[in-house]
Ligand binder design. Structure first.
Ligand SMILES: [Zn+2]
Length: 177
């Protein structure tokens, strides 16, 4: 089940707190195309708070999600936990003040704050949580310390007699003479 859509009018004046379970089915959809997979029986969690300021909404909270994927270094399956704080200022769509070039003003405010828009009085928590989770998804996931060493080291280890094994055939040839 996806995280809910909150209608603006349903947010009380003193704010709305939501504790959400991010289940396998929804997370599987979020992970699609990322190489991440859900960990069965380990749903994610999000704690989200919505506060109103006029028609603006301040979204804050935190999420934590566990996923599994293949380590890029050793190719073994690994489990990783992604978590981050949520901080987002939402303005109703089309609320840009007239007078200035609308485009310019929106660009400026989005750079300064984490400002985005909501439309039709709907704050779609699934949409914002999906974005926040994908931002935390590692591009090149790898273990901090891989459990398995690669079978092809960059340089062959020295043989017991101190001769580089790459030179061993040459050494035998010299001994014969
Ligand atoms: Zn690894």
């Amino acid at each position: 089940m996806a995280p809910p859509v909150i209608l603006f009018d349903r947010i009380p004046d003193d704010g709305l707190q939501q504790e959400l379970v991010l289940d396998d089915a929804w997370l599987a959809g979020v992970f699609e195309g990322t190489g991440l997979m859900t960990v069965p029986g380990a749903p994610g969690h999000a704690s989200v708070r919505l506060d109103k300021d006029g028609r603006n909404v301040f979204l804050s909270g935190r999420f934590e999600v566990t996923a599994q994927t293949d380590c890029v270094a050793c190719l073994e399956r690994m489990t990783l936990t992604m978590s981050a704080d949520l901080v987002l200022h939402l303005e109703p769509a089309g609320s840009t003040k007239p007078g200035k070039a609308a485009h310019e003003e929106v660009e400026l405010s989005r750079d300064e704050l984490d400002v985005d828009v909501y439309t039709d009085d709907r704050i779609d928590l699934a949409h914002w949580l999906r974005e926040a989770i994908l931002l935390e998804a590692p591009l090149h996931p790898r273990h901090e310390v891989c459990p398995v060493k690669l079978e092809m080291p960059a340089a062959p280890p020295l043989a017991r007699d101190g001769i580089d094994p790459r030179l061993a055939p040459l050494a035998r040839f010299i001994k014969k003479e």
